[in-house]
Design a binder for this molecule. Sequence first.
Ligand code: SF4
Length: 572
Amino acid sequence: MLSRLATSTLSRLALTVPRTPLSRSLISLSVRTSSTLPPSSHRNLSSASAAPHYHDFPEPIGFEVVSPRPVESSNAFPSILITGDEELIAKGSFAEAQKAFIDPDPQAVSSLSEGMEAANVGIVAHFYMDVELQSVLQAVPNQKRVKISDSLVMGDAAVSMCRDGASAICVLGVDFMSESVKAIMTKNGYGHIPVYRADERKIGCSLAESAENLSYGAWLTKASQEKDTNPLHVIYINTSLETKALSTNIVPTVTCTSSNVLQTMLQSSLQIPELSIWYGPDTCMGYNLQTMFEKVLKHWSDEEIKQKLHQEHDRKSIQKLLNNLHVYPSGNCVVHHMFGKECVETVQSQYPDAFVSAHLEVPGEMFEIAMEASLDDKGVVGSTSDILNFITKKVEEAAVEIQKTGQQVGGEKKNLQFILGTEAGMVTSIVSNVKRVLASNPAAKDFVTCEIIFPVASDAVMVDSESEFGISPGVSGGEGCSTAGGCATCPFMKMNELDKVVDICQAIADGKSESLTGLHPPKRLEGKFINGRPAVEVGVDSILHMRHLMSEGKFSEDLVKEVVERSAANAN
Ligand code: SF4
């Protein structure tokens, strides 16, 4: 049954719940005071230097009927309209800036593909790369050597490229991604193949860093001192290998992604007796999951839970899971935190018929309206892949409907609007999928358009030469910044630049790989040990537990034993 828990379980779950307002009280997003417990005394990471502490580590329906008039829509937020003729119409300077790079520069494509060929390089990139970079990557002829995906898939894609003979892998993302890709390659016997990042500077992540402070260690120490339950730390993948290793040393830890976090919680609570789950560091995602479980309990019978969620769960087991689910209260992503109240009010007043998407990381207000929309199949909550798949599916449904009804010239047109409740870089993959769907349904091309709406200020483009990242998030402006004070584009992801990737390929092809040492993933754990084991291995353990779940549909017996035995040892 667990295999049926596809990535969109959250939204499927919502589809059958009677439409009722969500309980706002369940989505308290105010950041609560961190634990004041002292840092863990269980930590035992040895190296030549003094034992480190956390702070030591740096750094459908929903169609808008518009015919016979031309397609129109609200201008409250910038948007990109994709027509059946594959034309892109941008509204607002933010969208213009995105559109400008969706059609890749042929010269840039040939420079990159020739460089990749000469250097025998494979590239794995996150969906949040900037539009220019993603568009060029999508146009590289040898797509076996390119993968744009969410973080879960990046490591597997790199291993496939290594099997296919790639001599080096370039990871376009943030540092915890290159670190994880390297670790997974090593685990699969490809540790000798070099991995490169696309910037010499540290490519950070506000969410990952929120798990690198004393309060996170203190929170986990509190978990380890649980007397009545067996604690398991479920850590979001957006954290460093170091955090994963140090956490594992305090409490048994499994990694999860937004695609499999629900499955992780449901399955672990079945396999591990008297389990308590300690979820971090993404506070919004944790609270959103608590809300989901509350909704299940409010609306579903035992039978519905078995049919729609998990055949081995019922109301009693979900209640127990919820009672023992702890969420770290102080971890936030600077990007997803932008989708606050003001943004939601505009969506509701200006785009009543739009489909609404929200990444699991976004604050409760946006999550709430996307969740509510999903009750009528007019929205989705989930991972980046879930959002991409939902939009693609909705355009496909509309195109197929038009094909069936055989619309005539002058007939009714449909403009499908989608509020993009995640990082704006997703638009490249969305445009690519929508164009593909419309091209393969020729009868639909005159009748279906798709509009991607960015919930940011319409004229929000401002380059800030004083800023380290060249942009300035905040109320006063910045590329894609909202009046709520956040930014729709991740400043860390945008540190990855096309020119740098071409330079890397050139250096490798010229036999000058030694000049690229500053581009290797972080090696902060190298030469360090935790309880006699290499710290890198300890950090990878939590990822391997996740991979076991994904391949077998359940956690290993070794993990179950470890959780129970360590809990018993701590209690004595
Ligand atoms: S969008 Fe940027 S800051 Fe937010 S979790 Fe991803 S990498 Fe980190």
